[in-house]
Ligand binder design. Structure first.
Ligand code: ADP
Length: 333
């Protein structure tokens, strides 16, 4: 922080100095040019009078020699002001670019810090739960019901870890080596299976999903598409808090299918709508946040949709909440 402020003070001082120095040099050049013009004008006048080209001083102003001198002077003045303008514009453009670069560096450092904080927590918390469950089973004489409860809890936590590791691997792959294994899949089947899974995991949540009566085929990578659907449903539930009421809809339009996942949760501001697809980006501050996550989900979703030649859009739900809409090309075969 201190280093950033120092850097700003130094760069602003340099810029102000450059501007003053430039104005000073421009004025000096203007004065010198003026002096040179006056001196040359007087010399021309004297030579013309001596050689009898003109009889009176004022006659010089209508002579072509004077016009040539005047236009040279005007040209030099234009050069001084033109160059000056280019210099000032370049200076401001340079400052703008430096500031943008600086801003995005600070933003990316903040996101990396947030990611490290959240990933540490995301790794530590399931491991602690699993260890606690195993220790309890080891040390205490438990009846069958309690032992099963602890085992189920341990399995859930290890699933959470597996999902996290899968997300990390997928994020690394979409950046470099992700080759979608395209096959013809019925997207409704994938949504139905994901919805069943989430209804089991969150029995109190209301997930409305009505598949239309015929299969909708797309060419897609099975695992990638499942990750897209899971991430969007997961977020819709996670950022809904109390009112876990989400609607999933599907629509076929010409050669495309569009899937909408709408929640009535906390919503996303317009400014954040542009940022949430950035890697590691999470709204708010990691020190105060209570929701679990790494900021990788929507980055993965966006990349996978892009690789499948699809689109993703985020809008506000009414009266509150968020709608994510993905559009994908239908399979033509
Ligand atoms: P995370 O692991 O934090 O959920 P994501 O990449 O999936 O990461 O989402 C990035 C951020 O976008 C989240 O931290 C959250 O602030 C915001 N977000 C995502 N989905 C929703 C939603 N349905 N409602 C409100 N905010 C959301």
């Amino acid at each position: 922080m201190f280093r950033n402020i120092n850097l700003k003070v130094i760069s602003n001082t340099v810029v102000i100095y450059m501007l003053f120095a430039f104005v000073w040099w421009a004025m000096l050049l203007h004065i010198k040019n003026n002096d040179a013009f006056v001196a040359k004008k007087e010399l021309l006048q004297r030579v013309m009078l001596e050689n009898g080209v003109i009889s009176q001083q004022d006659e010089m102003y209508s002579r072509p020699e004077f016009h040539a001198l005047q236009s040279k002077y005007d040209h030099q003045e234009q050069m001084i002001y033109g160059e000056g303008l280019v210099f000032i514009l370049s200076l401001f453009f340079g400052i703008y670019m430096i500031n943008q670069g600086h801003k995005s560096k600070v933003e990316s450092e903040k996101q990396t810090r947030n990611f490290l904080l959240s990933i540490t927590h995301e790794l530590k918390s399931p491991l602690t739960s699993i260890r606690l469950a195993l220790e309890t089973i080891q040390k205490r004489e438990l009846d069958r019901e309690n032992r099963t409860k602890l085992c189920v809890n341990g399995i859930d936590e290890s699933d959470r870890l597996i999902n996290l590791v899968n997300d990390l691997l997928l994020a690394a792959r979409v950046e470099s080596s992700y080759q979608p294994l395209l096959e013809k899949i019925d997207i409704q089947e994938k949504i139905t299976s994901a919805v069943q899974n989430y209804r089991q995991k969150f029995p109190d949540a209301t997930i409305t999903w009505e598949p239309i009566g015929f299969p909708i085929y797309i060419m897609a990578d099975n695992t990638g598409m499942r990750s897209v659907i899971d991430n969007l449903i997961d977020n819709a539930l996670k950022y809904s808090f109390k009112d876990q009421n989400i609607n999933i809809g599907i629509l076929v339009r010409e050669d495309k299918v569009s899937i909408k996942i709408a929640d009535h949760g906390i919503g996303i501001s317009d400014e954040n709508k542009r940022k949430i697809f950035d890697k590691f980006y999470r709204i708010g501050n990691e020190d105060t946040r209570t929701t679990k996550g790494t900021g990788l989900g929507l980055y993965i979703v966006n990349e996978i949709i892009r690789i499948h030649h699809g689109k993703i859009a985020v809008t506000d739900n009414s009266p509150q909440g968020t709608v994510f809409e993905i559009t994908l090309p239908l399979s033509i075969s």
